[in-house]
Design a protein around this ligand. Structure first.
Ligand code: BES
Ligand code: ZN
Length: 641
């Protein structure tokens, strides 16, 4: 199968309601800081942006947008502050599906601009003749099809009363709602004023300046500021019937009122996670750490939007069994948001470091045995990913990947996550945890608020950790790790003894049935997932029925267990699971679950393909564009029957 969309094939994942709730906190912060007035030339060319930052570069974005839920449209202005190398420079912005109404300077004088030809992946460049202007005002509106935005009707929310809007910027979707230089190497401070219907609350990945909004004649206005320069893919917005509950001093959760209690209970350890992360790699630099638990169509497990992680509701399992997903998004506050992949070819610097760091947080908060099980499952995911990429996808088993002419999504596989994490684990093992941790902490300090390339990391590693020991550096094979395909020979595999025991039971169960797996009722989520994934892909129906009973799979609420089970059921054309499959695929739109299940069905010929088409017709209208874009490539679209 060609699909290599991030995370798809693996069980890695284990990764993860109060109208009178306390008011969201307003945190006083130092006044907005100026971005260093440097026209920095990125050392790596970003093939996914039209921007030419060496000529003219956006340093600040100030949005003033109104959300119109009837027209499914954001409209208003983006005020851009720019630096330019020459007096008559042209500024090139990224846009996709935006309608540009006018471009003027700060005094309102029109500037000359033109919109180039649109590319299906990159969108269209907006070129502005700056003249002497260093501040410009772009008046525009979004399309109802803006790929970053999902406008949900009330029926797709928990409360069923109010509409909802959320954005998803990574990798190159911010340009579908903000006309700016949409490259992760071009960091920008930003601020926003968003107006929305009075009954809805607006949240963003920034400091909330108006905890209750400002009442207007026809709605409420909400103001935000992000005074630290961030990559544009991290600008995020959500609007809905949201309530808030604090989790700790600087942590809290937003979600729909009916879901607030369950979310807060599930996420009770978040403050402890932040402390654990800080004790490993230095202070949390973003002020507050809040989470937004979204409606089920959110296409990812989580998205590390600064100060406000966006999370799938499938993380609320009822027993904290999927909270490693929160550890992951939190870890991005260092690896990703502080030190950021300079281009999408360096994506592993975001996700590999974060997967490694996530596991270290889990180890601190929940202990080594649990953390080791998760790491071991991640290793399984890596093997599965390498296998599924096969000979055709071999080039994409590199950490630094070639994405020229491709949608960055297509290169975002488990390789970045798990091979990246395995690389760092291998270095840790070679140099010892103490030295490695000291290095990593200093690395985050040295590169805070800056883009990083793969070559830049290797150079830093050499200079600050390995230079004194050339023999060790040689043995570590760092260049092979970064630039070669497959897995270097020195890769250190995490081995959990508890999962090794489960592996044995899985083999016995396949032969003898349930009597061979005593104690399965007490297993953790990790153990249950591993057990299912270790079973032979072909089992008799009676054995599947036994498995269903043994693990209570038909009533299963845990999304990771459900996912593992449904994949096995599809591989066996197990008819009793088809209604469960339909229920699962129409209840959430998380791509990591949705895409592999549809791919599995499509691979099952005349048994699976009609099922895939029937269920997709039902489910597709509820999915975000990110999920639709991926599934459309593999399932023929038909009207719902
Ligand atoms: N940053 C990613 C999500 C992402 C990746 C969005 C690529 C767009 C393009 C996020 O941190 C992530 O990795 N989420 C995972 C969960 C995690 C626990 C592995 C997911 O969504 O499954
Ligand atoms: Zn991530």
């Amino acid at each position: 199968m060609k699909r290599t969309v991030k995370l798809l094939l693996t069980g890695l994942g284990l990764a993860l309601l109060a109208a009178c709730a306390p008011k969201p906190p307003a945190v006083a912060q130092a006044p907005a800081r100026q971005v260093a007035p440097l026209l920095s030339t990125p050392e790596a060319q970003d093939v996914h942006s039209y921007a030419r930052p060496a000529e003219a570069r956006v340093t600040n974005v100030d949005l003033d947008l109104a959300a119109d839920f009837i027209r499914k449209q954001l409209s208003g202005t983006a005020r851009l502050t720019v630096q330019a190398a020459a007096p008559d420079a042209s500024l090139i912005l990224d846009t996709r599906d935006l309608t540009i109404e006018s471009v003027s300077d700060a005094a309102g004088r029109p500037l000359t601009w033109s919109l180039g030809k649109a590319d299906a992946i990159l969108g269209a460049p907006l070129t502005v003749q700056l003249g002497s202007a260093r501040e410009l005002l772009v008046r525009y509106h979004t399309s109802p099809e803006a790929a970053a935005l999902q406008w949900l009707p009330p029926s797709q929310t928990a409360g069923k009363q109010h509409p909802y809007l959320f954005s998803q910027g990574e990798a190159i979707l911010t340009r579908t709602w903000v006309p700016t230089q949409d490259s992760p190497g071009i960091r920008q401070t930003w601020s926003a004023r968003i107006t929305a219907p009075a009954e809805l609350r607006v949240v963003m990945s920034a400091e909330q300046l108006t905890p209750e909004g400002e009442v207007l004649a026809d709605g409420r206005a909400w103001r935000f500021v992000m005074d630290k320069p961030v990559a544009p893919y991290l600008i995020a917005l959500a609007i809905g019937d949201l309530a808030f509950k604090p989790l700790g001093e600087r942590t809290g959760v937003y979600t729909e009122p009916s879901r607030l209690e369950a979310a807060a209970t599930e996420l009770a350890d978040v403050e402890a996670m932040v402390k654990a992360a800080e004790s490993l790699y230095g202070p949390y630099r973003w002020g507050r750490y809040d989470l937004l638990v979204l409606p089920p169509s959110f296409p990812f497990g989580g998205m590390e939007n600064p100060r406000l992680t966006f999370a799938t509701p499938t993380v609320i399992a009822g027993d904290k069994s999927l909270v490693s997903l929160v550890a992951h998004e939190l870890a991005h506050s260092w690896s990703g948001n502080l030190v950021t992949n300079a281009t999408w070819s360096d994506f592993w610097l975001n996700e590999g470091f974060t997967t490694y760091f996530e596991n270290r947080i889990m180890e601190r908060v929940y202990g080594p045995a649990d953390a080791l099980m998760l790491a071991d499952l991640g290793w399984d995911g890596l093997q599965a990913q390498i296998k599924s990429l096969g000979a055709k996808g071999l080039a994409d088993t590199r950490l630094h990947i070639d994405l020229a002419g491709r949608d960055p999504d297509d290169g975002m596989t488990d390789i970045a996550y798990e091979k990246g994490a395995a690389f760092l684990r291998t270095i840790e093992t070679a140099v010892g945890r103490q030295r490695w941790d000291e290095y990593l902490r200093s690395y985050f300090d040295r590169h805070a608020f800056a883009p990083q390339t793969t070559a830049g990391f290797l150079a830093d590693l050499h200079e600050h950790l390995l230079a004194a020991d050339p023999a060790l550096e040689e043995r570590l094979l760092t260049r092979a790790w970064a630039y070669d395909t497959g897995l270097p020979a020195n890769a250190v595999a995490p081995r959990s003894s508890r999962l090794a025991a489960v592996d044995k039971l899985a083999a016995a169960f396949a032969r003898q049935g349930a009597k061979a797996a005593p104690g399965a009722g007490q297993w953790t989520t990790a153990e249950r997932v591993r057990f299912i994934n270790r079973l032979p892909r072909k089992l008799p129906a009676a054995r599947l029925a036994e498995l269903d009973k043994l693990l209570g799979l038909a009533q299963q609420g845990n999304s990771e267990v459900r996912f593992a089970w449904l994949r096995l059921a599809v591989a066996n054309h197990y008819a009793p699971a088809v209604p469960q499959l339909e229920a699962f695929l129409t209840s959430m739109g998380r791509r990591k679950f949705v895409l592999p299940l549809f791919a599995d069905l499509m691979a099952q010929g005349t048994w699976g393909q009609p099922i895939a088409q029937r269920i997709y017709a039902l489910a597709r209208p509820g999915y975000h564009s990110v999920t639709v874009g991926s599934v459309d490539k593999i399932v023929p679209v038909t009207a719902a029957r």
